[in-house]
Design a protein around this ligand. Sequence first.
Ligand code: ADP
Length: 266
Amino acid sequence: TSNVTTARDNAPLLPKVKNIIAIASGKGGVGKSTTASNLAVALASAGAKVGLIDADISGPSIPTMFNVEAEQPMVKQENGKNVILPIEQYGVKLMSIGFLTPADSAVVWRGPMASSALKQFIGDVDWGDLDYLLIDLPPGTSDIHLTMVQTVPVTGAVIVTTPQKVALADATKGLSMFKQPQINVPVLGVVENMAYFTPEELPNNKYYLFGKEGGQKLAEKFGVPFLGEIPIVQSIRESGDTGYPAVLKSGITKESFSLLAENIAR
Ligand code: ADP
């Protein structure tokens, strides 16, 4: 028994949003935000209405990954209430703390403040009709995760990991968290990022820099689907830095992220 009320027990806050999908990882730096942004664009490219919340309050990277770092959202009045209009880029509606704080300033917030920022991103933003609202969570397990499940009925969580032992150990913790009774969010599956490297001059060779099939084994261990693998590709990193998601270009990255979007949309 738990005294935590989750949003599943209450009337939904976002009745016009069909699916709310959390993108989580155990460790930082495994490519969670890269996956979230490319997945959002892949779903939008397939015709879905998509929103993306950057819930990484102390390390927001979505504005950079979408090349909208200088944007500031407009606020309108609706029934005497302030409503924030999300920033739209590549067909995806975006909200991030990065739009509301000066660039280069460190956001040092206590847990409750970060949690209230997430609540605002969910409740005070004009998301409209959406097929998917993705929530790019901070790494690990935090107040934010609890706030999320208490605020909105989360359809499912996607766990991003690299095949490396230390990343998998943390991903295991992240995955178990979603299964705990007080969180109780279905795990849609595991994505293995940085799965292998293929040099351009040796297109048939795969080098498993971080180990092989760790993500698949994690999925098997927990009896959840394996959603796909994303190779290490220099252009994925470059695309993140220049703010033009790799899935918008052709090639292996477009294929892997599009396949991931198909697996999640099922
Ligand atoms: P996280 O959100 O887990 O902290 P990021 O998405 O910010 O991780 O990714 C960390 C770094 O790794 C970024 O510089 C990103 O561009 C790079 N990166 C992520 N996935 C890949 C990949 N598949 N290939 C190449 N670089 C990647």
